[in-house]
Design a protein around this ligand. Structure first.
Ligand code: SAH
Length: 229
């Protein structure tokens, strides 16, 4: 899979995508992540990519032309399954959307900044708008990093243990069960006996019950998703 990220702040996005599972996936060529500086597509001698809002509102707006050039240059090289804009009014990122995105071949993620981007970009060039939560960030870079991380770890082979993504929270609309490691007792705090029993069937049953209990208690609305497509 290839992910092209367009931003005015490439430095902000490189670091989070150069560690841990995402780095390993990049090293193994499972994910190619290319960060583009939008200013490289500005013809202005000061490399400006923003201008005042026609509405007179405070805050600068990212101009249509450099964005059009950046996206067009990429589209000349390959076709894209989705051109995503990170936006607080977009569709909320969730595990289902990450699963979908992880099956795609080529995607572009455009990071907004300042007051946002010229609406004409959204009307004509963007195919999917994604929010990472009901709050406003200074720019789309951290959102793009969150989206990319959540997608890349789902690509087969990205995680050391192939099955572990399947047992993460939300994957089956349930929260993950609690996990424990050695020592079996610390400070008088004990690991549940059943995990030490060596009985795989009982352990599986326990994990499912724990998942159910946690989900009912913390996120009961997730159980409504059972039986939906
Ligand atoms: N004026 C805009 C917010 C601009 S914030 C509004 O009120 O909707 C600057 C940029 O940060 C946005 O263009 C967007 O790309 C990004 N951004 C801010 N909050 C975000 C969120 N919750 N999810 C994804 N991107 C976000």
């Amino acid at each position: 899979m290839r992910i092209d990220i367009i931003t005015v702040l490439p430095e902000l996005i490189e670091s989070p995508l150069n560690h841990s599972i995402v780095k390993r996936a990049r090293d193994k060529n499972l994910a190619e992540i290319v960060v583009h500086n939008l200013r490289d597509y500005s013809f202005d001698k000061h490399k400006r990519v923003d201008d005042y809002a026609f509405s007179g509102d405070a805050g600068m707006v990212m101009m249509v032309e450099p964005i059009f050039r950046a996206i067009s240059a990429l589209k000349l090289q390959r076709s894209y399954d989705e051109v995503i804009y990170t936006s607080p009014d977009g569709k909320m990122l969730n595990q289902q959307r990450s699963n979908y995105l992880s099956t795609l071949i080529n995607i572009i993620i455009l990071c907004g900044h300042y007051k946002g981007i010229d609406q004409r970009v959204r009307d004509h060039l963007i195919t999917l708008e994604i929010s990472i939560g009901d709050y406003v960030l200074s720019g789309g870079e951290l959102a793009a990093a969150v989206i990319t991380d959540s997608i890349v770890r789902l690509i087969p082979g990205a995680l050391g243990d192939e099955t572990s993504a399947l047992t993460d929270s939300f994957q089956d609309s349930l929260l993950a069960p609690p996990v424990y490691t050695r020592p079996a007792e610390f400070n008088g705090w004990k690991v549940p006996d059943i995990l030490l029993s060596g009985n795989d069937a009982l352990i599986e049953k326990w994990k499912f019950e724990q998942s159910m209990e946690r989900t009912k208690r913390l996120r009961p609305e997730l159980l409504d998703e059972w039986g939906e497509d």
